[in-house]
Design a protein around this ligand. Structure first.
Ligand code: UD1
Ligand code: CA
Length: 454
């Protein structure tokens, strides 16, 4: 049977106290709603319909690849699901209904919900959860025989019903046709004056259909985000889930609660991540690297056997055996080739540092192509910007650039060149030459005696 999904994300999220719609807030660099879209996709749902409303100009781009439908007014979860009817008019099969603010839900739980409904030939399977403090949630009301009878919302619950600990997680799988038939019968005569999606369960049951509840194995998956405090709790929970998976795959972390890894990051075995590491975006780490402490790598590809200490790298490439830091800053387009080094207080932008070349201390290298075996002396800088334009620098193999050299671009320095310390290089230097461009030292003998204070 085919599976579709409807993701509810039209709500405002008042308790976030934010100008940004709630589902646009991020966990590990990924907006809340995208976690849910990703889980639905991995569970095989197609098509996916997103119900947007509050801040839809911000939310729509985040649900790219789904069918985004506007809910004109927030009249309740039942009204929200109804907005998907036209988009699913030709669809026949199972439809998942998901909340866009519950990022922890896993694809496997959604698959279980779908297969439970199909196996039990039920019109609806609701994912339920046991809560020690159920306040605020809808409660699952069962018949004396234990069958699911209906869901009652907190505001409408009697004292007896409010004592029920089995709650509605807000995740459901319905027979699509039966869902929309039943939704037409939902009214808004309740404490909130809203059209409740939850009323559909009793409507289906009263029409002689089967309704079941599947108890969530891990209620953490149903965790919703309504406030910044819950956002941080969900971030922690996701961090634990991701880090546990990496440790199971052979990554060492002495303090996993101090390591933050985005969902799309790939890490090979025998990598050690020290405290204070953030790996974000499409970062990849090869085998046997040691990263940290205190590193932030975003969209950066790291080879094998690299040592990266206190480094920030964005859209950079670090090939096998290269070393970085402490306190290196690799900006977009920085490429350290095999066994190259970017040392202490070194900034590199849009430059290739050739194999075994070293930029060990206090340098800025920008718009540069450097060959292999080059040594850049401490404090040397490529002056790539004339105030209006950026210009390139090239440095050939095995050249030695003395400390405190300014290479004023555009400039080409050949191979096997030696540049004297303190030089300002404005002219091209041919292969194997010595270039010195600095004021000569003058010695004035006995200067101190002549100027001594009388
Ligand atoms: C809902 C359930 C409750 C369940 C709880 C689980 C109903 C009536 N109640 O309550 O049984 O225990 O979720 O978290 O469904 N939304 C829209 N448009 C609307 C209203 C809501 O898109 O008009 C979206 C919200 O943005 C949110 C989701 O639907 O993502 C749930 O709505 P919310 O108002 O938070 O429902 P709860 O009161 O939490
Ligand atoms: Ca909610």
């Amino acid at each position: 049977m085919q599976t579709a999904a409807i993701i509810l994300c039209a709500g405002e999220g008042t308790r976030m106290k934010s100008k940004k719609p709630k589902v646009a807030h991020e966990i590990l660099g990924r907006p809340l709603v995208q976690w849910v879209v990703e889980a639905a996709r991995s569970a095989g749902a197609n098509p996916i319909v997103s119900i947007v409303g509050h801040g839809s100009d911000v939310v729509k781009p985040l649900v790219d690849g789904t069918i985004a439908v506007e809910q004109p007014q927030r009249l309740g979860t039942g009204d929200a699901v109804m907005c998907a009817q036209a988009a699913l008019a030709d669809f026949d099969g199972s439809v998942l209904v998901l909340s866009g603010d519950c990022p922890m839900i896993s694809a496997s739980t959604l698959e279980q919900l779908v297969s439970a409904r199909e196996k039990e030939k039920a019109a609806c399977a609701v994912l339920s959860m046991k809560m020690s403090n159920p306040f605020g949630y809808g409660r699952i009301v069962r018949t004396p025989a234990g069958e699911v009878e209906r869901i009652v919302e907190q505001k409408d619950a009697s004292d007896e019903e409010a004592a029920i600990c089995e709650c509605n997680s807000g995740f459901y799988c319905f027979d699509c046709k039966l869902l929309f038939d039943a939704l037409h019968q939902v009214g808004n005569d309740n404490a909130a004056g809203e059209y409740y999606l939850t009323d559909v369960l009793a409507i289906l049951r009263n029409a002689g259909k089967r309704v079941i509840a599947v108890l969530a194995e891990d209620s953490e998956e149903c965790m919703g985000v309504n406030s910044r405090v819950q956002l941080s709790e969900a971030s922690r929970a996701m961090q634990r889930r991701i880090n546990t998976a990496h440790m199971q795959n052979g990554v060492t972390m002495m303090a996993p609660d101090m390591v933050w890894i985005g969902p799309d990051v790939k890490i090979s075995a025998d990598v050690e991540l020290l405290p204070g590491v953030m790996l974000m975006g499409n970062t990849e780490i090869g085998q046997d690297c040691t990263i940290g402490p205190n590193c932030r790598l975003t969209d950066t590809i790291v080879g094998c056997g690299c040592v990266i200490d206190e480094t920030v790298a964005i859209e950079a490439r670090i090939d096998d055996g290269a070393t970085c830091g402490p306190r290196a800053y690799l900006r977009p387009g920085a490429h350290l080739m095999e066994n190259a080094k970017a040392g202490t207080h070194v900034e590199i932008k849009k430059s290739t540092i050739g194999p075994s070349s070293k930029v060990p201390h206090l340098s800025y290298i920008g718009d540069t192509v450097m060959g292999s075996g080059v040594n850049i002396g401490a404090g040397s800088i490529t002056c790539n910007y004339d105030g209006a334009h950026k210009h390139p620098t090239t440095i050939g193999d095995n050249s030695f650039i003395g400390s405190d050299t300014m290479m004023v671009a555009p400039v080409n320095i050949g191979s096997n060149v030696v540049v004297g310390a303190g030089s300002v290089i404005t002219k091209d230097v041919p292969d194997s030459a010595l270039a010195v461009a600095r004021a000569r030292e003058r010695i004035i003998e006995d200067w101190a005696c002549k100027h001594a204070k009388k």
